[in-house]
Design a protein around this ligand. Structure first.
Ligand SMILES: [Zn+2]
Length: 297
């Protein structure tokens, strides 16, 4: 389509979780109960792997430790295709609801499990529900201390489960924390009427017209995506007891999402977190010195 430009940084990522891993939903809060639900992650991930192979692109899959423990073969399938694996926490808890020690032990469990399944070090992280907020800045220190070099958890705007409204959208940032400097690749958002919409994944990708997503993609020098296997599964069951707004956000647009993804990938230029990380001249990336009053970029 002639839209592949070296000045575009388009980062392809997937949060590797099953259809019932909705955040902040009472019915899936109890980890022991997850085995009650019939898993659909193998088939749904197979669709993504086929799609990425056809498009000739590589992605970063942020896996739950729980997924790596229960589907170690899936991690191998992903690696065999040349993709890479990061952590999406162990059991999908929101960071802002955890204590620092609880977050650290969950992160360690996820890293250990994923490294056992993959045989490779885990260097990249994305928090469930973009839930690292100004109230839990300690999480950035802990990430760096536990070996994460590049974090992808920040949503620069307000979000149902988290969000970093003070951080200016637009591209990579460096975060000065007590443990050193953490590289951050935030999700890309576009504002309409004061609402920041992360059009590169999740409910926004399913809801918004494909033409608008491609238009914004073309005009964004930096795009961080965040797909989920369930975003492309029109046959998934509907979880019982969801409020109407959650049901809408979770199931809207499933019928057309597969073809929208193919059209988006056809624009070209998509790459993994590590490939993007290597391409960025980090010395020139804005440094946020004091996160507490985050405006200094
Ligand atoms: Zn998630």
């Amino acid at each position: 389509m002639g839209t592949n430009s070296p000045s575009h940084l388009r980062i392809l990522t997937v949060d590797l979780e099953d259809w019932f891993h909705l955040i902040d939903y009472g019915g899936s809060a109890d980890v022991e109960g997850w085995h009650r639900y019939p898993s659909r992650i193998q088939e749904n991930t197979a669709f993504l792997l086929d799609c990425f192979r056809e498009a000739g692109v590589k992605a970063t899959f942020f896996s739950l430790g729980w997924v790596a423990r229960n589907h170690p073969g899936l991690i191998q399938d992903i690696l065999r295709e040349g993709h890479e694996i990061g952590s999406h926490s162990d059991v999908h808890e929101m960071v802002r609801k955890q204590s620092p020690s609880g977050f650290r032990s969950d992160l360690r469990a996820s890293i250990r499990t994923i490294e056992d399944a993959s045989g490779q070090p885990v260097r990249f992280f994305r928090a469930p529900g973009f839930s690292i907020t100004p109230e839990c800045l300690w999480a950035f220190d802990i990430l760096l201390e536990e070996g994460i070099t590049c974090d992808c958890s920040v949503f620069p705007g307000s979000h149902a489960h988290g969000g970093f409204a003070q951080m200016v959208p637009g591209g990579p940032v460096r975060l000065r924390v007590s443990a050193g400097v953490l590289h951050e690749l935030p999700v890309t958002t576009r504002g309409i009427g004061g609402t920041q919409m992360a059009f590169g994944g999740g409910g926004y990708f399913r809801l918004l017209p494909g033409a608008l997503i491609r238009y914004w993609t073309q005009r964004s020098p930096y795009l961080m995506t965040y797909f989920h296997p369930r975003d492309f599964d029109p046959s998934q069951p509907v979880l019982p007891g969801l409020p109407a707004t959650r049901r809408f956000k979770s199931y809207v647009g499933l019928a057309r999402s597969r073809s929208k993804l193919k059209s988006l990938l056809a624009m070209g230029g998509f790459c993994t977190v590590s490939a993007a990380h290597d391409r960025i001249d980090w010395e020139r990336v804005p440094m946020i010195e004091t996160l507490a009053g985050t405006e200094s970029r």
